[in-house]
Design a protein around this ligand. Structure first.
Ligand SMILES: Cc1cc2nc3c(=O)[nH]c(=O)nc-3n(C[C@H](O)[C@H](O)[C@H](O)COP(=O)(O)OP(=O)(O)OC[C@H]3O[C@@H](n4cnc5c(N)ncnc54)[C@H](O)[C@@H]3O)c2cc1C
Length: 451
């Protein structure tokens, strides 16, 4: 009989996967239970009707700064399936530019010259942006969580920057506007996701469907390391005479420990009422949902676009070229205005937006689209104080999920950090992955903002 501690992880999103891998590595016998037919959670793939190809519900990207997520990919052996972009083509209307660093200069000066390459900006916009980036560069943590990023920026913006630079970057990372997002999250992104280290802002784009990273690879990894994966069954948790009793369909597991890598609503549903009462207010946090649309457009002939392009002042944020140019994948963040459109209507809207930037783009021969109404939580000022940590009032029962108190916005990196935090709480050791080290000026001045 095995003497390993048995841990059940509920939820096969990035948080649950990371917890499962970290706990397996720490010597736990892990059972991972996922309600859906595949692992991946929100970061997964599907086969649109009539299209015999796996594509992502929505393209997902990561930054060089996402060290915990990169750790997960290295464990799973899929790190080399990410293409890293260290120059970012950007477009304002049909004007093209790019963000490019000057490697010989230390952070944050390495990006100063790159800002001059942004498209659609007047000398006044550029001067205002330079002043704003200087204010961001020298802001000392802890950064304020009681005002919006727009309020913190004050007059250091212009209407063009509001609609372009700030909007594209904040929507992409926070799925929120400068008027909505807490100053702390805006500063966290600009400092840790852009300026802090030469590689921090490099954009990682998977070369494979997300299911390869988040379903196929972790399933195989867990099988190789003695774990068990149960798919297509929602798990429920109660206390038994000798630990937790977890039910998933007809199967019943006795567990020493449980990780709830679920959203608060899903966790409340999964818990026996007696356990919910003991977990207390942690699951009562009220999260405001932000929506995102992802669409794919297939073309008869390859289209000549850069591998990735960010769009200023547009309904879409990013455009990714796939399949040798025969498919474009696009993302529209803060997509409330797309509500009520059918998938065909969403794809049509995406194509019309693309045509404003590339007027000669032909009509697609096939499309697929979906809108996720509850894609992320909106990181409003004050939310941080309400996000719970992994430890609950029930020994052995811990929480994970991008919504928990990672200090990060609703991203795969936030989810991965939460999985490591949950695993650390169970193991009683710090399993977190270090941030990229501060470089350049920040080596001298920066105190970490992680909590
Ligand atoms: C459209 C869209 C675009 C995005 N773009 C990006 C991006 O580009 N970059 C980025 O970093 N992040 C992005 N995100 C955010 C990122 O996908 C999420 O923050 C992250 O995947 C959340 O992971 P999670 O594990 O916390 O939660 P989830 O992915 O929600 O995982 C929870 C899992 O639990 C399962 N479950 C629920 N109840 C039960 C139960 N009772 N038993 C077992 N399983 C259960 C669910 O089926 C689900 O698989 C995007 C999100 C969306 C929706």
């Amino acid at each position: 009989m095995s003497t390993l501690r048995h841990t059940v992880v509920l939820g096969g999103g990035v948080a649950g996967l990371t917890a499962a891998v970290a706990l397996t590595r720490a010597g736990r016998l892990v059972t991972l239970i996922e309600r859906r037919a595949e692992l991946s959670g929100k970061a997964g793939s599907y086969r649109p009707p009539g299209i015999f190809q796996w594509v992502d519900h929505c393209p997902h990207v990561l930054l060089g700064a996402c060290t915990s997520q990169r750790w997960l990919y290295e464990q799973l052996g899929v790190g080399d399936l990410i293409t890293w972009h260290d120059r970012l083509p950007l477009r304002a209307g049909d004007e093209a530019g790019e963000l490019l660093a000057q490697p010989s200069l230390p952070p944050p000066f390495n990006l100063a010259q790159g800002l001059l390459g942004l498209p659609g900006l007047t000398p006044r916009d550029l001067a205002t942006l330079a002043a704003a980036m200087t204010k961001i560069s020298v802001a000392r943590p802890p950064w304020p969580d009681d005002q919006t990023f727009a309020a913190w920026l004050g007059p250091l913006t212009t209407p063009t920057l509001d609609r372009g630079f700030w909007s594209l970057l904040l929507r992409s990372v926070l799925n929120a506007s400068a008027d909505e997002a807490s100053a702390r999250y805006g500063l966290l992104f600009f400092r840790h996701g852009l300026l802090h280290h030469r590689d921090a802002w490099h954009l990682g784009v998977p070369r494979c469907p997300l299911r390869t990273l988040h379903h196929v690879a972790p399933r195989a990894w867990l099988a190789r390391h003695g774990g068990q994966v149960v798919l297509g069954q929602a798990g429920s948790v109660a206390l038994g005479p000798s630990g937790f009793v977890v039910r998933a369909g007809a199967e019943e597991f006795v567990a020493d420990e449980v990780v709830l890598a679920l959203t608060p609503t899903q966790a409340r549903r999964a818990l026996d009422p007696a356990l919910t009462a003991r977990v207390g207010g942690a699951l009562d946090v009220d999260l405001e949902a932000g929506s995102i649309v992802g669409a794919h457009l297939w073309f008869a002939e390859p289209v000549d676009l850069p591998p990735v392009t960010g769009l200023f002042d547009a309904e879409l944020d990013w455009v990714f070229r796939h399949d040798g140019g025969r498919r474009l994948a696009v993302v529209a963040s803060t997509a409330d205005a797309w509500q009520g459109l059918s998938p065909a209507g969403q794809a049509e809207r995406a194509w019309r937006t693309l045509r404003q930037h590339w007027p000669r783009l032909p009509a697609p021969v096939a499309t697929a689209a979906c809108r996720e109404a509850r894609a992320t939580f909106v990181p409003r000022p004050g939310l941080d104080a309400r996000r719970p940590g992994p430890v609950t009032g029930v020994p052995g029962l811990v929480l994970a999920g991008a919504w928990t108190a990672t200090g990060w916005p609703a991203t795969m990196e936030g989810a991965a950090r939460s999985g490591l935090a949950a695993a650390s709480a169970l193991v009683g050791a710090d399993l977190s992955v270090p941030d990229l080290p501060a470089q350049g000026v920040y080596r001298l001045t920066c105190r970490t903002s992680r909590r």
